[in-house]
Design a protein around this ligand. Structure first.
Ligand SMILES: Nc1ncnc2c1ncn2[C@@H]1O[C@H](COP(=O)(O)OP(=O)(O)OP(=O)(O)O)[C@@H](O)[C@H]1O
Length: 256
């Protein structure tokens, strides 16, 4: 079976000799919500950021299909890297919207990787892109918000815009780095459920780095538990026992 993404021996050292990721091997199929859990500082964000190369891996390989070829994301540079990145949507904890632009303009920014600089500067987007953006706004429940400025939205609404903007790229992989950390519990459930639904609808894998174990257990098709820069657990929610949680997070007082 071909995998959407295949990670082999991934190591990241921010300081030479002090690895944060200590040789990660993971394969992801073409669909499903994958939750990455683990204690603070264990390298969850680093792993997600190595995949889309916001962080440069120190060693290892990350295989992904781009422009009809299997490419090693870990070693791509320049144009080839920009092309590969177009296929990877990213949703951020703090939304990363342009506050003074409208929701529609923020969404259309999601197409910038595909648009030449002159067109982007004039903000002349194609009819298809505008129609796609309206469709996505409906999908994320913000059909009436196209002309609202981003700074007038609630956190949950902003994250919906963040998800729609990532989907504007028509990505083949969606990454979300702690997308619910700034949201209340109800909104967090809605956002994770939206990510799952959209992954299914677009037939793409969605990899989410998340602190809330219960949320991960409720929605994820697969849970990856990291500790000390290693993968300690890789399986479904049912098999994620308290023993595994103790191994991942240490201690047990927090388990009720
Ligand atoms: N740009 C950087 N330069 C140096 N060290 C970094 C950098 N980014 C992260 N680190 C360090 O790498 C380690 C892992 O950080 P990372 O953010 O990947 O962990 P995390 O598991 O996502 O944590 P959290 O759940 O708290 O967000 C931490 O010790 C952090 O201080």
């Amino acid at each position: 079976m071909s995998h959407a993404i295949e990670i082999q021996g991934l190591v990241k050292e921010y300081k030479p000799g002090h690895p944060i990721l200590k040789g990660i091997d993971l394969k992801f199929g073409n669909t499903g919500l994958i939750a990455i859990i683990g204690p603070s500082g264990t390298g969850k964000s680093t792993l997600i950021r190595c995949i889309n190369r916001l962080v440069d891996p120190s060693r290892g390989e990350i295989w992904f299909e781009s422009e009809g070829k299997r490419v090693n994301l870990a070693e791509l540079r320049g144009r080839a890297l920009r092309q590969a990145r177009r296929h990877i949507g990213m949703v951020f904890q703090e939304y990363n919207l342009v506050e003074r632009l409208t929701v529609m303009e923020n969404l259309l920014c999601g197409r910038l990787g595909y648009t030449n600089a002159w067109t982007a500067w004039r903000r002349k987007f194609s009819k298809e892109d505008v129609a796609h953006a309206f469709e996505l706004l409906d999908t994320v429940g913000l059909g009436n918000f196209a002309n609202q400025r981003a700074d007038a939205l609630s956190g949950g609404q902003r994250q919906r815009v963040g998800i729609a903007r990532a989907l504007m790229q028509r990505p083949r992989l969606l990454l979300a780095d702690e997308p619910t950390s700034s949201l209340d519990p109800k909104t967090s459930f809605e956002i994770i459920s939206l990510l799952k639904e959209q992954g299914r609808a677009q037939q793409i894998p969605v990899i989410v780095n998340i602190h809330d174990v219960e949320l991960a257990k409720r929605y994820a098709d697969r849970i990856i538990g990291m500790s000390g820069g290693h993968v300690i657990y890789d399986g479904n929610a049912e098999n994620l026992s308290d023993d595994f949680l103790k191994q991942i997070y240490g201690g047990e007082d927090w388990l009720v």
